[in-house]
Design a protein around this ligand. Sequence first.
Ligand SMILES: *[C@@H]1O[C@H](CO)[C@@H](O)[C@H](O)[C@H]1NC(C)=O
Ligand SMILES: *[C@@H]1O[C@H](CO)[C@@H](O)[C@H](O)[C@H]1NC(C)=O
Ligand SMILES: *[C@@H]1O[C@H](CO)[C@@H](O)[C@H](O)[C@H]1NC(C)=O
Ligand SMILES: *[C@@H]1O[C@H](CO)[C@@H](O)[C@H](O)[C@H]1NC(C)=O
Ligand SMILES: *[C@@H]1O[C@H](CO)[C@@H](O)[C@H](O)[C@H]1NC(C)=O
Ligand SMILES: *[C@@H]1O[C@H](CO)[C@@H](O)[C@H](O)[C@H]1NC(C)=O
Length: 206
Amino acid sequence: MKLALPALSLALAASVAAQFYNESAAFQLVLISDDPSVNGDTLSACHSGAAIEALCLSNSNTTSKPDPIPAASFHFNFSDSVVTPNETLGQPGILTYWLQTSTTPIPSAVELYSDPTTNTAIPLFYPGADRATTMAFDENDMLNIQGYINYSTSPPTAGNTTAYYRWWACRIYYIGYTYEALVWVEGPGEPETPRCAKVGVKRVFI
Ligand SMILES: *[C@@H]1O[C@H](CO)[C@@H](O)[C@H](O)[C@H]1NC(C)=O
Ligand SMILES: *[C@@H]1O[C@H](CO)[C@@H](O)[C@H](O)[C@H]1NC(C)=O
Ligand SMILES: *[C@@H]1O[C@H](CO)[C@@H](O)[C@H](O)[C@H]1NC(C)=O
Ligand SMILES: *[C@@H]1O[C@H](CO)[C@@H](O)[C@H](O)[C@H]1NC(C)=O
Ligand SMILES: *[C@@H]1O[C@H](CO)[C@@H](O)[C@H](O)[C@H]1NC(C)=O
Ligand SMILES: *[C@@H]1O[C@H](CO)[C@@H](O)[C@H](O)[C@H]1NC(C)=O
């Protein structure tokens, strides 16, 4: 049964992320970019604290990750009971990853970690899905985050569900770890950190 969520409920969906129980087949995430140094690279899961992983570039070379590592297998958890505002832009869900441990794998989901002193947020996998960020893959399998509020008007105007693709590959610093990883720019500008590359993030089923 479809829950009668209004179309303007993506923000709400983020707070009920725990209900995304349907798990897609496994896929890799591939970067599409005009910058040849990152175009075609894949994303891996890079240790960034206890059971926390950044989405680092598989072939990047940084202090915390000097060597190439294999692409990770990700999943998309969705729900039949959450309304899709726009099929073209994609069904809402969360990006998930099974963190392998010496015992039971830990189900993990991406949450955007933001620092109020800059304009980039770092997507990080954390255990569970309580605070996961709702995302979608559009009809071309490109990863987006959707919103229905237009902040470029005053007051902001609601009602036009739009997909944003504000992904960049940047050098990141997170509690001592340095990686070249996927970041999200908050707002329409460019990252404050120099020498980032604009990227699209494409899902390719394994
Ligand atoms: C994703 O869905 C699978 C299948 O229901 C579930 O086992 C797993 O815990 C979910 N992952 C997260 C992070 O919620
Ligand atoms: C989602 O999960 C529910 C409950 O397990 C199942 O009935 C339904 O068929 C699944 N939907 C899809 C699209 O796999
Ligand atoms: C990574 O960069 C360091 C410093 O520039 C270099 O010495 C090393 O050979 C590089 N590693 C690889 C695998 O390219
Ligand atoms: C879905 O989004 C696309 C791209 O923004 C737009 O062209 C289309 O009109 C939207 N469809 C609906 C039903 O709003
Ligand atoms: C936001 O509003 C501006 C000014 O009216 C308009 O040009 C733009 O297309 C709107 N964007 C969206 C995503 O609705
Ligand atoms: C809705 O958003 C789309 C894509 O950003 C934009 O092209 C369109 O003009 C917007 N429509 C309205 C009514 O603001």
